[in-house]
Write a protein that binds this ligand. Structure first.
Ligand SMILES: Cc1cc2nc3c(=O)[nH]c(=O)nc-3n(C[C@H](O)[C@H](O)[C@H](O)COP(=O)(O)OP(=O)(O)OC[C@H]3O[C@@H](n4cnc5c(N)ncnc54)[C@H](O)[C@@H]3O)c2cc1C
Length: 279
């Protein structure tokens, strides 16, 4: 389509930053209940509503945004539009201040009588909801991978530190109570990696990655929060200092527990499949 030919080269060149607008000030997990409204007008759609908690919204020139075209249709009424920040009716909100995740520019925007021409419809009503879910397995796998990376870095820091720090006549790492905590973290890291690789492989092979991606995301985010905190504990008070990355990684691991579906939503996804898998 014409708008893809116009926008994609600019995105590839890094001139145009994109963002994905699903969440709203009043709607997160319950994506099917979103409130941004799209009304048919001559040659396109008129959009009104707000998006919030959107990664890159602080700097994005283009957003993929989901909006409801017919409330009575429920999730089937949702359509997906390419929204351009330099068109009339687009208002960027001030980004949120967060603990951790400063680099990802999380914020939102408001659309006031924004006109999206027909060519900006990326998925029509009836197809957008499924399209959003189709892309989300990849996002869940990379969030899981991110958690593995943060724990790897935290373990490297904690092991280096506890090898040289001495208490009661020996390196802290030689105290079995501390060593075993870091061993448990290393075991969890191995397991999270394998779950992540499995999900990623299935996505690459265009297989059914729904459950593997949900398991990987749930396990990796939960273990990262717990085990990064254990790495901090092993380092004593020094583990909290800003020159080490651990506290930052801990805040980011907590962020990962929400992005692309919370831990509870992963449980819902896995729970819905229990009868097929184990019944
Ligand atoms: C840093 C960051 C970046 C983000 N980037 C994006 C982005 O780029 N694009 C985007 O669209 N969104 C983005 N999000 C939003 C993210 O997808 C939502 O935070 C997430 O979907 C959860 O929604 P919520 O925060 O509104 O929580 P709510 O939906 O209000 O839920 C609150 C709590 O209740 C739990 N809960 C809700 N329903 C149930 C249920 N049925 N059973 C059990 N527990 C339940 C939730 O798991 C959560 O713990 C981002 C969020 C963060 C923190």
């Amino acid at each position: 389509p014409a708008h893809v030919a116009r926008l994609l080269p600019r995105m590839i060149a890094g001139e145009l930053i994109g963002c994905a607008g699903l969440s709203e000030p009043g709607v997160g997990s319950d994506f099917g209940g979103l409130e941004m409204a799209a009304v048919r007008v001559d040659g396109g759609w008129k959009l009104n509503g707000a998006k919030a908690w959107i990664t890159n919204a602080a700097v994005a020139g283009l957003s993929v945004a989901y909006a409801q075209t017919d409330k009575a249709q429920g999730y089937r009424g949702i359509a997906c539009f390419a929204i351009e920040a330099d068109r009339p009716g687009f208002h960027r909100e001030k980004p949120f201040e967060l603990h951790g995740g400063h680099a990802i520019g999380v914020g939102g925007f408001r659309l006031v009588d924004y006109i999206a021409p027909d060519e900006a419809v990326l998925h029509p009503p009836g197809r957008a909801f499924k399209a959003a879910l189709a892309g989300i397995n990849g996002a869940r796998a990379y969030v899981a991978a991110m958690c593995c990376g943060m724990l790897q870095a935290s373990l490297e820091t904690a092991v280096r530190y506890t090898r040289q720090r001495r208490t009661f006549g020996q390196p802290v790492l030689e105290h079995q109570g501390v060593r075993w905590k870091l061993v448990d973290a290393a075991t969890d890291l191995e397991a999270a990696r394998l779950l992540t690789y499995r999900a990623a492989r299935l996505i690459d092979e265009a297989g059914d990655a729904v459950l593997p991606a949900a398991h990987a995301k749930k396990f990796a985010t939960e273990m990262a929060v717990r085990r990064i905190a254990d790495c901090i504990q092993a380092m004593g008070a020094n583990g909290l200092r800003a020159e080490y990355p651990l506290a930052r990684h801990l805040a980011c691991a907590k962020i990962a527990a929400y992005t692309d579906g919370s831990i509870e939503m992963m449980n819902e996804r896995i729970g819905a499949a229990l009868p097929q898998v184990f019944g």
